[in-house]
Unconditional design. Sequence first.
Lengths: 199, 199
Amino acid sequence: MDYGSETLATLVKLFSRMPGIGRKSAQRLALHILKSDPRDAERLGKTILELQTKVGFCESCGSITEAPECAICKDVTRDREIVCVVEGPQDVLILEKTGEYRGLYHVLHGVLSPIDGIGPDDLNLKSLEERVEALNIKEVIIATNPSLEGDTTALYIRKALEAAPCSVTRLARGLPMGGTLEFADDVTLAGALERREKL
Amino acid sequence: MDYGSETLATLVKLFSRMPGIGRKSAQRLALHILKSDPRDAERLGKTILELQTKVGFCESCGSITEAPECAICKDVTRDREIVCVVEGPQDVLILEKTGEYRGLYHVLHGVLSPIDGIGPDDLNLKSLEERVEALNIKEVIIATNPSLEGDTTALYIRKALEAAPCSVTRLARGLPMGGTLEFADDVTLAGALERREKL
């Protein structure tokens, strides 16, 4: 489309490549920036330019941090005998929000996906085995997403840690709170029936 | 929320202020930029920084352009006796996409909205009257949005151009193609009944 401006067209194109942003949303964002306070636009541009140089990943667990080690790994009040394995840094944020978990994390930065050519060496897996041994971890909770890839990755990790003296668990499967049987998919419903709990 | 990084937290905050972007989407966008190719992130940041300095509005019609006058106003093959009045630059893009309109545009950069303190002087209205006279315009098509503010603005323009020797029209109202009576709102349906057309 002819936006009347190369710069605007470029920005729309760059935004529309981002996850969850279609052409119309990209256009709306770009026009919003065009009309916004110049100081806000400058702050946004500069923050994006700084992001990758300032922000890195924790050398222990792979979480987001601006220091070599993240705040959770440095926090001595946390339970250091339990580690929760997640796919991406966003999952750490989600789990922390529940306030239920007080152990450490380990971020894989992906999942096993042969179809996309992603194997064990492409993930932050080797260091998980090293950490489990070095920290004398008692339990590894696998919190990959409930998907084919997430389950494959979970099974791979269980096998990789077979020799380690720790238990390996994964998040419970079943009906989500607030959902209805009517809208649950077959796999979820069949699984919930099979894993039924005593009341 | 603790993102483990001030820079990331700032970017999430800036994105979540944008139209149609909630906290979760903002987080997804910021993490996407963090993980993206450094050249892409740099290009995005720089384009945003350049946007407001490079891109401006046509001094004739108010459309987006990087030159003093936009491509449509400069195009001698377009019908220069008809002008279509729209709320924002995005509306020019939308109407151009239909390929149905060959006249000029006039971008108001807003709508009359007493509740938000937006009066005639805040819009690109004065120059519309001047253009209608200078270009000897024969028809002014008002294409403001079908809303209370859009209609108020349309009526204001009709009144302002009362003395001008041009006809003032507005886009047809009625049922949208592909819609169903069941899901049409009362105002649309009542209006469609009132403005029924001979078959």
